[in-house]
Design a protein around this ligand. Structure first.
Ligand code: FA5
Length: 342
């Protein structure tokens, strides 16, 4: 019995090493763990083992079974990851060297992705709102629970203009206006250009686009938020993308989350586009803080809601395989014109 078990173990190790598809893996699973599989056979064979050896043989069979189950689960995960990587590698990638057809015009990739998202949210009952780029301190900060001396203001280096107004640092600046305009219930998205006085790199620009979203109604919960985020991402990518949700702090949410996307440039192994972390902060979100609802004229005892602030320019990077965010503002028509067919 012992030899049989150890030779089955060797056979499993050899077969699993060569399994490179979900179909092959399933065949191995059935051969080893199925009703008529090797391990069931071993268990049946226990009745012929002498009583004094039964306990040890039983333990060895169980250990083999656990090993086979764990080996199959590990392999299934790596096959799935490999398939995801394959999809990322074969997705149409932006190529800055393709010669352009300068005769015909084309939309900027941000316009393309913005319109696509507007279509997705429109089909889910959201209205599309607009808001100025020059705003006052109240709408950008105070109305969303960021008072004058609040340390959260340090998170965003603001461009102030001489009359005391400022260049919108976040699309959250429109939250209060939209709540006051529609009251509750409401579903709205509001894309817009944001400005922050920060140094640039492959994933940071000082001028970039966000798309804010808000849904307010009776009994809106985190599960509604997760549903809308998932639907949005699967519609945009038309394939599975790996995301992670982790706690995040924003004065205007309670609780707040950071939603990161697995870097679609390197597949998560690390590259300059994701600052070598394999992840890119994409869409912070959370349940709207009661103070923000109250300031927008909505009773937080009666209504709850979620809000998100999608990094639209980063989403375009991930969708189109653009390695450097600065390319979007480059004005390089040769490079940008290739997006018209996306
Ligand atoms: C905000 O701006 C919040 N207003 C978002 C929010 C809205 C949270 C509603 C909760 C509820 P943050 O500063 O992290 O958060 O920016 C949001 C997203 O914008 C980031 O995840 C990122 O995708 C994008 N972003 C931020 N800064 C830059 C930058 N310098 N360059 C490019 N994209 C940026």
């Amino acid at each position: 019995m012992k030899e049989k078990i150890s030779s089955l173990k060797e056979q499993f190790i050899a077969e699993i090493a060569n399994a490179d598809s979900a179909e092959l893996l399933e065949a191995i699973r059935i051969a080893f763990l199925g009703k008529k599989g090797y391990i069931t056979d071993l268990l049946k064979g226990l009745r012929d083992v002498p009583n004094e050896d039964k306990k040890e043989a039983g333990q060895l069979i169980n250990a083999l079974k656990n090993e086979v189950e764990a080996g199959i689960a590990d392999k299934a995960k790596s096959i799935e990851e490999e398939a995801l990587l394959g999809a990322i590698r074969s997705a149409k990638k932006y190529n800055p060297t393709i010669p352009s057809n300068a005769k015909s015009g084309s939309y900027h990739p941000i316009t393309l992705i913005q319109r696509e998202l507007e279509g997705i949210f429109d089909s889910m009952g959201f209205t599309v709102e607009d808001y100025p780029e020059i705003v006052d301190d109240y709408s950008c900060f105070e109305a969303v629970n960021v008072p004058k001396d609040h340390p959260a203001r340090d998170m965003q280096d603001t461009y102030y203009i001489e009359n005391g107004q400022l260049l919108k640092t976040q699309t959250s600046a429109a939250q209060n206006f939209i709540m006051r305009k529609y009251g509750a219930p409401l579903r709205a998205i509001f894309p817009g250009r944001c400005f922050r006085n920060e140094s640039t790199d492959a994933c940071h620009e000082n001028t970039f686009f966000q798309m804010e979203g808000m849904m307010i109604d009776k009994s809106i919960s985190i599960s509604n938020l997760i549903y809308f985020m998932k639907t949005m991402l699967s519609e945009v990518f038309q394939r599975d993308v790996t995301v992670r949700l982790r706690p995040g702090f924003f004065p205007f949410t309670e609780p707040g989350f950071e939603l990161d996307i697995n870097c679609q440039i390197c597949g998560g192994t690390g590259c300059p586009s994701c600052k070598n972390s394999g992840w890119l902060e994409l869409c912070p979100c959370g349940m709207i803080h009661p103070n923000v609802l109250r300031e927008g004229g909505i009773d937080p005892e009666e209504y709850t809601g979620f809000a998100f602030g999608l990094g639209l320019t980063r989403l375009a990077m991930m969708k189109y395989g653009v390695k450097d965010i600065r390319d979007f503002n480059s004005g390089n028509l040769k490079a940008l014109s290739q997006f018209k067919n996306n």
